[in-house]
Write a protein that binds this ligand. Structure first.
Ligand code: ARG
Length: 454
């Protein structure tokens, strides 16, 4: 494509080193859409006849059909998806094909294609996030009132419910959706017409092209448009956060599936065995999700580091943006699919959760609140309960089985009704504020998500 000023062919190793078609072929659909819109503007500018435009459009669509049928032969010598498609078009339709690249560079072309790719993949990822949320909401509804210990520092803290716990992840994934949509809004501007760096003396209708491609606007600075990869970093960040959320869920489920916790059982279809130990049933999906999240951070870091030292505008370093982007998209999408399936098939072992949540220590804070309601300042109440906890630990008597006399010996502020504190139903019912794990809140939030995700 640039042979005019060169007297030697490109060395084989340079071709191998520089080719991107082995992965950027994935942009073909967006590349073709961009080219058809570009040709449309050339037609409107009187630079193509109707016949030429039609043969470009039909030629590009026939290339697309061949790619999708698996009949297209990608050539490494042609470096990337853009040159492969353009050269095949020209081979098929002749002279008109050679006019297509007027007022366009691969620099604005790749920026356009990548934005279109990100936009489409954000939409697909949002759908998958919704599927994952649906799986969590369904499971949360099934175990809305199944009580379990909540943990801080992985030490038993206060009682919550499986419903409340799983709905926490639904909230996280909702922020992921909004982060991705926010990124989508910012990236949806058309760089086409920025040329290699400084636009073109041949002025095509940029706004018309943008409209045809579904962009909300055109970029305002040709140099920025060529050099900008913010949208890729933003998208990689948003995907890395999705990974973080799935990874934390994975960690919860790994713990829940251990014999030590025993709260959950994953289906046989979503676990693996051991080649040696016949009894094993391993939560590999969770571990893989946790492990792959490291890759997502790596991909974000790779692009940020690749871009940070680049002078304006295009530098070939920017070609290194695509593999991390494609990898994060594929990794997160597959993770969402498999996790949604796994959560849908998961069972909670209510005998185990019930036994664990019956630990009266989980209500030590409620006991302090009880003293507060009787007029004791919280700091004193905390210490009076601490003494009861110490007595319980020393004497081996569960906190709810200390006698009234033992309580009143610690402090006369403890009343005859002290043991009522250890009623779990009551403990949940007292938490009436929004956001707390009471049955009404959980039901309300479940209904909210069920409607939103319907
Ligand atoms: N394959 C290139 C990339 O992904 C396209 C742009 C190439 N432009 C250039 N002047 N070499 O970045």
């Amino acid at each position: 494509m640039w042979k005019g000023r060169f007297s030697q062919p490109t060395a084989d190793l340079v071709q191998k080193y520089g080719e991107s078609v082995s992965y950027d072929w994935k942009l073909y659909k967006h590349d073709i859409a961009g080219s058809i819109a570009h040709a449309g503007a050339q037609l409107r500018a009187g630079m193509l006849t109707e016949e030429e435009f039609a043969s470009i459009r039909d030629g590009l669509l026939s290339v697309q059909a061949d790619i999708e049928a698996g009949n297209f032969i990608w050539s490494q010598e042609l470096e990337d998806v853009h040159m492969n498609i353009e050269s095949e078009l020209t081979r098929r339709i002749g002279a008109a094909g050679a006019k297509l690249h007027t007022a366009r560079s691969r620099n604005d072309q790749v920026a356009t294609d990548t934005r279109l790719y990100c936009r489409a993949e954000i939409d697909a990822t949002v759908e998958l996030l919704h599927d994952m949320q649906r799986a969590l909401v369904t499971k949360a509804a099934e175990y809305a009132e199944t009580m379990i210990p909540g943990y801080t520092h992985l030490q038993r803290a206060q009682p919550v419910t499986v419903g409340h716990h799983l709905l926490a992840y639904v909230e996280m994934l909702d922020r992921d959706v909004s982060r991705l949509l926010d990124c989508r809004r910012r990236l949806n501007v058309s760089p086409l017409g920025s040329g290699a760096i400084a636009g073109s003396t041949i002025c095509l209708d940029r706004v018309g092209i943008a409209e045809e491609l579904g962009f909300d606007a055109v970029t305002e600075n040709s140099m920025d448009a060529i050099a900008d990869r913010d949208y890729i970093m933003e998208m990689l960040f948003a995907l890395a956060v999705v990974g973080t959320h799935l990874s934390r869920l994975s960690e919860d489920l790994i713990l829940w599936c251990s014999a030590e916790f025993g709260y959950a059982t994953l289906s046989d279809a979503h676990t693996t065995g051991s080649s040696l130990m016949p009894q094993k049933k391993n939560p590999d999906v969770c571990e893989l999700t946790r492990g792959k999240t490291g890759r997502l951070y790596g991909n974000l870091t790779a692009v940020m580091v690749a871009v940070k030292g680049l002078p304006l505008t295009y530098n070939r370093d920017l070609q290194e943006d695509k593999e991390p982007l494609f990898d994060s998209v594929a990794t997160v999408q597959l993770a969402l699919r498999v996790n949604a399936e796994m959560v849908a098939a998961m069972k909670i072992n209510t005998a185990r959760t019930q036994a664990a949540v019956s630990d009266p220590m989980l209500l030590a804070t409620d006991l302090a609140d009880y003293l507060v309601r009787r007029g004791v300042p919280f700091r004193s109440a905390h210490s009076l309960v601490g003494r009861a906890v110490a007595l319980s630990v020393e004497s081996g008597t569960p906190l709810n089985e200390l006698t009234l006399a033992q309580y009143t010996e610690i402090s006369p502020e403890y009343g005859a009704d002290v043991h009522e504190v250890f009623n779990l139903e009551r403990a949940f019912a007292l938490r009436t504020n929004p956001g707390a794990p009471n049955a009404a809140n959980t039901a309300r939030r479940l209904a909210f998500w069920q409607e939103k995700l319907a």
